[in-house]
Design a protein around this ligand. Structure first.
Ligand code: GSH
Length: 209
């Protein structure tokens, strides 16, 4: 098994944090996205979608998508549970993971990829090229700010995103908050619950994975 990774990219970071929480180690291969290594023939042969993270299994087959890779390891090694245990917890993990991805992570990506020069004609990752749409930059930032507000409201009454237990939804929300800094969207002074939660997760060893 080997995991294609890029240490600066947020989606692979989610997988690395997840593996660190599980205590799982595996061979990692760096694909330097800043140097265009995702377009190289060697990587494309393994992953035609040209995205990281990507997990190559021992039978040579490929697993992509951050959450699918995390789910695979959850099933292989259920302890500690990071996808919830009761039906309600599992549904909450799904709900907040999706909200963090759709309303937070993708909003930040929208602002970043439509503004930065190195993403010219690469406004969406993957095998096809898309032109930037500058009007999406402010919309993305505004959506990312709204996500921080929603997260603050949630964390004002919950220790972690889905309740008392740390889950993969916290990993996605945490990486999203850090990713938002790339487009200068940062927790404000009144986001006190969010800052308490962020500091607690930043102190976990997995945050440095
Ligand atoms: N939906 C995919 C998205 C993966 C993705 O967008 N990865 C980015 C790095 S965070 C990437 O590989 N970008 C390649 C590029 O920009 O060309 C997932 O959740 O794993």
């Amino acid at each position: 098994m080997k995991l294609y990774d890029f240490e600066l990219a947020p989606n692979p970071r989610r997988v690395r944090m997840f593996l660190a929480e599980k205590g799982i180690t595996l061979p990692m291969v760096q694909v330097n996205l800043r140097h265009g290594e995702q377009f190289g023939e060697d990587f494309k042969r393994d992953n035609p979608a040209m995205l990281v993270p990507a997990l190559v299994l021992d039978d040579g087959s490929l697993l992509t998508e951050t959450m699918a890779i995390c789910r695979y390891f959850e099933a292989l090694q259920p302890q500690p549970p990071l996808f919830g245990t009761t039906p309600r917890e599992q549904a909450d993990v799904e709900m907040w993971s999706r909200r963090a991805e759709l309303e937070g992570f993708l909003a930040v990506a929208e602002a970043l990829r439509n503004s930065v020069e190195r993403f010219k004609d690469r406004a969406l990752p993957g095998p096809r090229n898309y032109a930037q749409i500058p009007a999406l930059v402010e919309r993305g930032k505004s959506r990312a700010r709204a996500f921080l507000d929603d997260l603050e409201a949630r964390l004002a009454t919950h220790a972690c995103v889905t309740g008392d237990a740390f889950t993969v939804a916290d990993i996605t929300a945490f990486v999203t908050v850090e990713f938002a800094g790339w487009v200068d969207v940062k927790p404000a002074a009144h986001h006190t619950a969010l800052q308490r939660w962020h500091a607690a997760i930043a102190a976990r060893p997995s945050a440095k994975a």
